[in-house]
Design a protein around this ligand. Sequence first.
Ligand code: PFF
Length: 446
Amino acid sequence: MSETLERWGSKRAFILAVTGAAVGLGNIWRFPYVAGENGGAAFLLIYVAFVLLLGIPVMMAEILIGRAGRRGPMQALGVLASEAGASRHWRWLGLFGAFTVFCILSFYSVVSGWSIEFLVASVNGNFNGASAAEIGAGFEAFLANPGLLIFNHSLFLFMTMTVVAAGVAKGLERLNNLLMPLLYGLLLLLAIYATTTSGFGTALSWLFLPSFEDVTAEVVLHAMGHAFFTLAVGACALMAYGAYMPDEQSLPKAAFAVAVLDISVALLAGIAIFSVVFAQGMDPADGPGLMFVTLPIAFSELPWGSFWLSVFFLLLLLATWTSAINLAEPMVATLQGLGWRRSTATAAVALSVWLIGLLSAFSFSTLAEFRPLFGRNVFELVSSIPPDIFLPMGGLLIAIFAAWVMPQARVISALDAGERGYLLWRTTIRWVSIPLTFIVLLGGLL
Ligand code: PFF
């Protein structure tokens, strides 16, 4: 088994790569609709608390394992476990991570395909002068057309796997450099525009004035799952990126920078989207279509609306692209560690994700009533159970491995935060992150 040779070109490149993984559908599409279904401000508050108490420490744990192991997740875990005199079975955690990202990528690619369709539609000016009702109906009609969904899903997956095949460290660096500042700037503009709409005040109080009456164990579980999802933590995907981390770089600084960027993107998107929701008298709990309906409505009323909308969907597409690349990496790296050639591994992953993704694509039409578990159809299952349950479970095991199993000297050098930084991290993860994740998971499951 050979060590990974690829490296990110610089510290900044690593931070951008992790930000690219973190910022995606989770912030702009999933956050608004999940918050909408779970009561708004209270959900936001709990999710931000989870990012701080669990997300950041577990993110550091995950990346440091990759950095110490310098291999694909499964192999890194196996080698580090042997080194610590622990069971080699820890390597199955890498496989569990690969399974989790597999499920996630299968729906992620379908929804990212929606942005391709919407990008083309906005470039063509299809939303010009359309009423809110027409835009809503157009979205429904689009979902009911599986051929179109499959076409876009295929296109998106192809885009993703081409970069993965080439090796992520080289391919991603330039893309991220340009993309992240642009996306941020545009969201900022959108949020500023939101201040001029009549829904702005309601949106602010809905997002920032929590009422805790409706907070159930399930809401708390969703908030925790979302914290893991949005940070890309718990599936060994960042572990795979950690393997390419430069030798001298402090992990806590990188993790904080990413978390702050990630939360602020979600907040900007939330402000923009909910202002429109309330200005148009829509329902915040409108589900997965929320962003795809509200934003075209907002832009259709603006001067140069089609132009800005096109820019927005382009950036969204690029942001989901960098996240999807991260989702694919642990699967490919794991297969590569088992001796597969990178190109074969990439092709195998692409084909299987594509096939399973079809089930999600059909969930809005032919298979809408095919509800194999908990009364949910396939799209509803893969877009909720892996983020809400598998990621926290994976995160919990990753945290236990880094905090209790790995030799301390290994952790200290891979964390690169000095003695005090290490102790702070260790105390938090041992006595806060691990017990809290366990309790919330248990509470939510029961
Ligand atoms: N963080 C990504 C987003 O917010 O869209 C999704 C994601 C990427 C989840 C990578 C999990 C993962 F391993």
